[in-house]
Write a protein of this length. Structure first.
Length: 265
């Protein structure tokens, strides 16, 4: 399985429309990949909360969904298009931080509304509604579990994803550079404790005066880092063997010994 993470730069000097065109071109250039992943809230910037309302979109016919659908179809790839500011119902409903997964024919396969909203008493935490549903998606290569950025700090969500059959976790993020050490440790922990691949795609650049960490990562079910980007914009591609999930769980059957919570299927 070939997976590609598109760690794009979010620069406030670039319009959202121009960034969509650039991201779509990057997706189209990945023809031959099985899965392509973009970061969290890349059309507006994860920390640019003053722009959330103006940048809100519909999933049905919205500009990012339309552009990413066409790019996935043209490249013939599964595309996790990162997340957008969704407004539902349109045009006066609440805002959500919503991730979009497109099939190779360009259809919207599934969407995930971020459950844990960051900001404490400001930003996303007060401007957006939270999702309430665990989301997985069955690809030919294995089952994806979907999560977004701040979700990473809540391990119980990932146990539920494993219970639902997840073998790979896809985590788009807009993670700040000042907490890069947490990013690395938490990603490896989620891979090790759940015996899954982790594909985590962050942004580069600075938006709303917050430098971004970058350092998108692919981690295997034993916790080994297979690939890691730097801080700048980068295309990160790695070949995965999905059978390593079952092999790891068989060779070191720690999940079988869970006492609290439901045992995995």
């Amino acid at each position: 399985m070939r997976a590609t993470l598109l760690q794009i730069e979010v620069d406030p000097a670039e319009t959202a429309a121009d960034r969509r065109r650039r991201a779509a071109a990057l997706v189209r250039a990945q023809a031959g990949a099985d899965l392509v992943v973009l970061p969290e809230l890349w059309p507006v910037g994860a920390f640019a909360s003053d722009d959330f309302a103006a940048g809100a979109e519909r999933l049905d016919g919205g500009p990012t969904a339309e552009a990413m659908s066409a790019a996935a179809r043209d490249a013939g790839v599964w595309l996790h298009a990162g997340s957008v500011v969704e407004r539902d119902p349109w045009p006066d409903g609440p805002l959500y931080n919503t991730s979009l997964l497109f099939a190779p024919d360009g259809t919207l396969h599934t969407a995930y509304r971020k459950i844990h909203r960051f900001g404490f008493d400001r930003g996303e935490a007060v401007l957006m509604a939270g999702g309430s549903r665990i989301v997985t998606a069955a690809l030919p290569q294995g089952v994806l579990g979907l999560a977004t950025c701040y979700d990473l700090r809540f391990p119980e969500q990932f146990r539920l994803l494993v219970d639902a059959g997840a073998e790979m976790l896809v985590i788009p993020a807009g993670w700040p550079a000042r907490r890069l050490a947490h990013w690395r440790v938490l990603l490896q922990a989620r891979a090790i404790e759940n015996q899954v691949f982790v594909l985590a795609c962050g942004t580069a650049g600075t938006h709303a005066d917050v430098p971004q960490a970058g350092h998108s990562m692919v981690i295997d079910p034993w916790g080994a880092v297979l690939a890691e980007a730097g801080a700048a914009e980068e295309v990160l591609t790695v070949e995965l063997d999905p059978s390593r999930v079952a092999a790891t769980r068989s060779d070191f059957p720690v999940l079988r010994d869970r006492v609290l919570g439901a045992p995995p299927r």
